[in-house]
Design a protein. Structure first.
Length: 380
């Protein structure tokens, strides 16, 4: 009898242990919900991707935009580490590109004009005479189709947009796929693909504003940044590259060794002034050969959060949120002050269509544009 009783308890104990364990072993998960409706009645959906560790990303079909990203700190406490608006209206009216996919041409094209095979195309100018992030109605402001996928690496969302021939002045109808995967290793991986029906230019990027402290009452000035770039493309007063490539050595733009973002941001250096008081520069990444390599990393000493950026792109735009000025009321009603977030936008160099010596941005029919960028999160 005693033996039977012991056996019974042993069985109950092991079953409880098994259930308790399977309760903590989460499966990657994707949930869809209605996020809002545009003026014309078009529905915008939100997809919640969760990985096996409990990290989460929320993506809306408007602009293929990351609206929140929850990652743990060194004590395992989760917080949202990207800036964003509270609702769809914010994304429609906002001019900050929070979390969006930017294209057809991320960053700037001077005079909003390109010439291909002797023919000049007038593009949509939306920053003075120049084009920024695809023009007045870029990829950040259209509704994408979405297809959830459960991959072995984690939860994934494939977004598709077909941009018509002549969209924002660009030649060729362009089909674009952007696939976000939240891997079980706490990486947000972004894969891009584009094809065209006529020769055109393309440069796609992702525009999340990270604040690794997880509390946007803080600025990013104490976060330590490293960029694997020996040089950058200097700009003029209108943010258009001068065409030169200059060394970062001996300037406040040198992040070859980790440095606090705020440590030299107010230095008397003309480029920082041109950039509206801070960093807004394309860094020429070292070791460009079309393969994915580490481009940059950011560390927040207060929470231990650490982000590494890997990309196959030739450049990365480091933007320190210089145009945030407290008038942007974001999630939870928080007013975003200057330097509340930082962007690391992997891309081709700005204004490349006018710089024949720079890595080319031309896409022809039959070719496939591909890009991979990975934001990897951990703690130290
Ligand atoms: C990019 C640009 C900045 C600014 C932001 C959006 O990162 O380089 O100059 O326009 O987008 O506010």
């Amino acid at each position: 009898m005693k033996k039977l009783l012991l056996l019974f308890f042993a069985l109950v104990f092991s079953l409880t242990a098994i259930f308790a364990q399977s309760g903590t072993l989460e499966k990657p998960m994707i949930q869809k919900s209605l996020y809002g409706k545009l003026k014309d009645g078009k529905e915008v959906y939100e997809y919640r991707l969760k990985n096996s560790k409990g990290a989460e990303v929320n993506i809306i079909t408007y602009g293929a935009t990351v609206v929140s990203l929850n990652m743990p700190d060194k004590n395992g406490k989760y917080a949202d580490i990207v800036l964003g608006w509270d609702n769809l209206q914010g994304y429609v009216n906002g001019t900050t590109y929070f979390g969006a996919i930017v294209g057809r041409y991320a960053n700037r094209i001077g005079k909003a004009e390109i010439t291909l095979n002797g023919k000049t195309y007038k593009l949509s100018a939306n920053e003075g005479e120049n084009l920024l992030h695809g023009g007045k109605a870029g990829f950040n402001s259209v509704v994408w189709d979405a297809e959830p996928l459960t991959l072995k690496e984690g939860a994934s969302l494939k977004l598709t947009y077909v941009s018509p021939d002549g969209d924002q002045g660009f030649p060729g109808a362009m089909t674009v796929h952007v696939t976000y995967t939240l891997t079980n290793n706490n990486e947000l991986e972004i894969r891009y693909e584009a094809t065209t029906t006529k020769e055109t230019v393309v440069n796609l990027s992702h525009h999340s504003y990270f604040n690794l402290s997880g509390d946007p009452h803080n600025t990013i000035l104490n976060e330590l940044l490293k960029i694997n770039a020996n040089s950058f493309t200097p700009i003029d007063k209108e943010f258009i590259p001068t065409g030169k490539i200059e060394k970062v050595a001996g300037t406040p733009l040198d992040f070859r060794k980790p440095a606090a973002i705020g440590s030299r941001i107010n230095d008397d250096f003309e480029q920082l002034k041109f950039a509206h008081g801070g960093y807004d520069f394309n860094y020429v990444l070292n070791n460009y050969n079309g393969k994915v390599r580490e481009a940059a990393d950011v560390y927040d000493p207060s929470t231990g959060r650490y982000m590494q950026v890997f990309t196959d792109q030739p450049g990365i735009q480091f933007y320190s949120g210089n145009f945030l000025d407290g008038t942007q009321i974001g999630k939870d009603g928080i007013a975003y002050q200057k330097h509340t977030g930082l962007c690391l936008e992997a891309q081709h160099y700005p204004d490349s269509p006018h710089e024949p010596k720079w890595p080319p941005v031309i896409l022809k029919p039959g070719q496939v544009y591909r890009q991979t960028t990975i934001y990897k999160f951990s703690t130290k």
